[in-house]
Design a protein around this ligand. Sequence first.
Ligand code: BG6
Length: 481
Amino acid sequence: TDYPHAFPKDFLWGGATAANQIEGAFATDGKGLTTAEIVKKAADRQQISMGNVTKDSLREALAEQTVGDYPKRRGIDFYHQYPADIKLFAQMGFKALRISIAWARIFPNGDEKRPNKAGLKFYDNLIAEMKKYNIEPVVTLSHYEMPLGLTLKYNGWASREVVSDFTRFTQTVFERYKDKVKYWITFNEINTGAWGFHETGALEDGLTEQEKLQQRYQALHHQFIASALATTQLHEMEPEDKMGCMLARMQTYPATTDPADVLATQQANDRNLFCTDVQVRGEYPNYMNRFFAEHKIKIKMEPGDQAVLREGKVDYLSFSYYMSTVTAAGENEDLGNFSHGLKNKYLEETPWGWQIDPVGLRISLNELWDRYQVPLFIVENGIGMLEAPDSDGKIHDDYRIDYLREHIEQMQEAIADGVKLLGYLMWGPIDLISFSTSEMSKRYGFIYVDQDDEGKGSLKRTPKDSFYWYQKVIATNGKDL
Ligand code: BG6
């Protein structure tokens, strides 16, 4: 039969991480503070609110010079332990590993004219270590971790000034790594910029709801420009390299068959795909004109911006997928991941309320492929759970194996449906600090890390049962699940 029955030979199996959730060493070798390192741990099992950084919380965070209550400053000490960690990834057979380059290691405040050599040295070594095992680096340029200096100086992406700082950063890292890195990603989960600080790096103290939206969408515009300029820059420097955009995919279902609910779902879907529409197609989609008008949002563009967007179209679309959601007419669809929407009675959920939906991944893959016709790349998927070693000292994480197996089966179905998929990078191959709650106890890894929410523990790494399972999956190129 003439449709694909297996994963392609060069399929990129691996895992995904972000600097601020693993590296630690927050002030080592000249690194500046990032927007991630001023966020405290949330109350147990609670989601943070995306806009919860205020002038006061920022002042308090700046006064704290040590790790204090800010777990992302400590990570899992990957900064020092990366050779052993990469070796474990290599033992699983990883073909690719997604890392981010912490902008503030290279430009500590964001606005320096010259890069910090010690920061570059770290990534020289890290990338060399990956290459040693033929692990393909997939590099995110901005993963919720812009230099805090740019928030203090300009209010982050709310200001156009940041574009040139970002361009200087990308120029520096492209020049240095363009021959070693083929797959790049500009902004992690860029669409979450519609939810506030974590993506925009812009404070929202004292703003009305309308003003918040205005500021967020203007910040997104600056990121679109920065992303497009970086894409063009990369293509000029190394035409073989590939640039991707990155979407937090929310597969949304209607609560009922009432056409009003179906329409609300379609609108939620469009809004979820607004950023990728701009980055893949190179222009703003028409439906946003109405959204902007109804919310009194005016995007300030400079002459030439539209040409910049057209020229800087991405080569592939990467995305995270954890769950699906449900909406109905009258619901606020804009909160995505972090509000969960309505519940789907057919699905089970994690202790954090994330509803597990493997078939939703197949639906998403098909919808994204139908809409864009560019290669897709799953660069995050996984399950965060509370875990502790059993009496035998091991971690028996069958639920993780089940979760991943079911999602990989659906990927294979989507490939058979005709979707072009570059790879699968499981989120959090080693336990790390949660993005949305800053908890250590929300564990995703194939590898257990002995550290608790307070930072106590030996940091010892122990493979879980899923480690050996994934090793087999990769060795058989997805045949033995
Ligand atoms: C994505 C982020 O939203 O989901 C990651 O890109 C994050 O940084 C992952 O860690 C899982 O979310 P959380 O909040 O469980 O860590």
